[in-house]
Design a protein around this ligand. Structure first.
Ligand SMILES: [Zn+2]
Length: 308
């Protein structure tokens, strides 16, 4: 009798678990986004109400990304698509159109303070963008990241009004963390003398960081990371690194290290480590989210540039 009762209770619990488990797991909104940094912003604001699919994974290069058939299927199922814009990921906008996506494609960088490209080769994003001449790496200025978060929150509220309170609360909390990060970067770099505020990175991804935090970045490759630098351009950069006594060159998580190795060996500068430019690390890496990415970059810069 007792064991029958137990079995009945166990069966009921199993049935209840089956009934509620999918409900507890199912997100209110599926969001597809181009790259990992945007994926993190969407998760920070969306919390458990959103299921986020990122098409370009950790440590991968978004410039000129070749979409796969599974990407079109992911967009077809999405309730919202989030793109960076500024010519960085125009392919996701085209993909949404060709996949018959009828929802909103939100441009996360809308209304950020943009920056004109300064690189001599005039390389423009993926070359097919509508924003030629604008540097797309706007997230590297934490003030701009706050604008991204606001834009993403607005888009989530519009796509899923029932979650408005959750999205606004999460956005406010995360914006507070971004403001603290911005102040932390400024305070940490404040003591560096002007003569130490210059480094070399693989591609021109740190223009916004440079403007916001007053560090000069030199790069052998333009904004898009696709173009091959000319031998003449590399030789000129090596001369400049020597002449200006640039303290350090940096590898990038998305770029081939060989060119930077060559610049290091021929200029005498030292390698200051790896900077995260256009993609986060894997979950078990050094920069699994935006806050840790910016803190990782800050620490590498401080170690390489501080006077010793
Ligand atoms: Zn880039």
């Amino acid at each position: 009798m007792k064991s029958t009762y137990r079995r009945t209770v166990a069966t009921c619990i199993t049935l209840l678990a089956l009934l509620f488990a999918p409900v507890a797991r199912a997100a209110a909104l599926e969001v597809t986004t181009s790259f990992s940094i945007l994926g993190d912003f969407v998760r920070q604001v969306g919390g458990e109400r959103v299921a986020v699919r990122v098409l370009v994974g950790p440590n991968e290069d978004t410039h000129g990304y070749q979409a796969r058939p599974s990407d079109a299927r992911a967009i077809g199922k999405a309730g919202l698509v989030v793109a960076n814009g500024l010519g960085f990921d125009d392919w996701i906008v085209r993909l949404a159109k060709s996949a018959g996506f009828r929802g909103t494609v939100v441009i996360a960088s809308a209304n950020v303070r943009t920056l004109a490209m300064t690189h001599a080769d005039g390389d423009a994003g993926d070359g097919g963008g509508t924003d030629r001449g604008i540097d797309p790496h706007a997230w590297q200025d934490v003030a701009n990241a706050q604008r991204y978060v606001l834009n993403i929150a607005d888009a989530l509220v519009a796509a899923d009004p029932a979650g408005a309170a959750v999205y606004r609360t999460n956005a406010a909390r995360y914006t507070g963390q971004l403001k603290a990060l911005d102040a932390e970067i400024r305070a940490a770099l404040a003591s560096l003398p002007a003569s130490r505020r210059k480094v070399v990175s693989s591609h021109d991804a740190f223009g916004y960081f440079a403007r916001a935090y007053d560090i000069r970045f030199l790069a052998p490759v333009g904004v898009s990371n696709n173009a091959e630098p000319t031998a003449q351009g590399v030789a000129q950069l090596i001369r400049q690194v020597r002449a200006e006594k640039v303290p350090a060159v940096f590898l990038e998580n998305i770029a081939d290290p060989r060119l930077i190795e060559r610049i290091r060996s021929e200029s005498g500068a030292r390698v200051g480590g790896t900077l995260y430019s256009d993609a986060l690390s894997a979950a078990n890496g050094a920069a699994p989210d935006y806050l840790s990415m910016m803190r990782h970059n800050l620490q590498r810069l401080l170690e390489a540039l501080a006077l010793r």
